[in-house]
Write a protein that binds this ligand. Structure first.
Ligand SMILES: [Zn+2]
Ligand SMILES: [Zn+2]
Length: 280
């Protein structure tokens, strides 16, 4: 499985010299497994904009899409997504109606209309398909499961498996506070069990910082490490970086965690960086 991070920032995009290493684009992952032509996009944050340019250069016009939820930082890359304006292009949205509103209504029709955007969806060449899925389904050779997130306005996390390798993507998931509809910590442990890579929201670095924003929908890194440890994952990628967190602060945290991990944990810990490529 090939994973490319196109955006790891949370809440809003950022830019500037202090954010070069981990990047300023918001949530977006590119996944390829089996057929390298079959591409899955996870979340339409601003990271989707450079990803779409890459697909355009490859002349790859057929894209599958999974969205975690409809907060701005996860959909704001959609209206200017390059494939929307290419003839013969196709976007296939997969959504779970039991836990998720239809993205046709929530994203496509809502964002692509004046006065938010100069063109309506009937004026652009892309074609959309919408597929309803349950809690377990396949896209190409990827086997996929989902789980409700602990987050305001709901959301879904995903587990992707291919050739005995597994990625779990839980962004915007607050482990220290159970939001309506959320799973229990035990549910998340079960969902992550033995994953090769867990990518998890780790927006807050200290208990003091977290106490000010408990219930906002994001996790304290200590809770994420507990989840990784209990579920026996092989590596942990920290994600949804706070918009005020600069490269040095993230580097210092990762260095501290890895010093401790030699004694306490048996998994690798890193922070997802924009343009980072991972092979499972
Ligand atoms: Zn977010
Ligand atoms: Zn959110």
């Amino acid at each position: 499985m090939y994973i490319k991070c196109w955006g790891a920032r949370g809440s809003s995009p950022v830019s500037g010299k202090k954010f070069i290493k981990y990047g300023g684009n918001t949530s977006c992952l590119e996944i390829r497994a089996g057929d390298p032509e079959q591409v899955l996009l996870l979340d339409f944050g601003t990271g989707a904009l450079p990803m779409g340019l890459k697909l355009t250069r490859e002349n790859n016009k057929d894209l599958s899409v999974l969205l975690t939820h409809y907060h701005w930082d996860h959909i704001m890359g959609f209206p200017l997504f390059p494939l929307l304006f290419l003839p013969d292009s196709k976007l296939r949205f997969y959504f779970a109606p039991e836990h998720q509103d239809n993205p046709e209504k929530m994203v496509v029709k809502e964002l692509m209309k004046p006065p938010h955007f100069p063109l309506g969806i009937n004026e652009i060449p892309v074609r959309f398909n919408f597929y309803e899925v349950g809690s377990s389904f396949s896209i190409g050779s990827l086997r996929i499961k989902n789980i409700p997130l602990s987050h305001p306005n709901h959301g879904l996390g995903y587990r992707l498996e291919h050739n005995n390798k597994s990625l779990v993507f839980l962004t915007d998931n607050e482990l220290g506070f159970r939001h309506p509809g959320a799973g229990s910590v035990e549910d998340y442990v079960h969902f992550c069990l033995g994953a090769d890579l867990l990518i998890h929201d780790a927006e807050y670095f200290s208990p003091l910082e977290y106490e000010q924003v408990r219930g906002f929908g994001h996790s304290l890194v200590d809770h994420v490490i507990e989840l990784a440890q209990m579920s026996g994952v092989k590596s942990l990628g920290l994600y949804h970086h706070n918009r005020e967190r600069d490269d040095d602060q993230i580097d210092m945290l990762v260095a501290r965690l890895n010093r401790e991990s030699a004694e306490k944990y048996n998994f690798e810990i890193f922070a997802l960086a924009q343009e980072q490529e991972i092979y499972l």
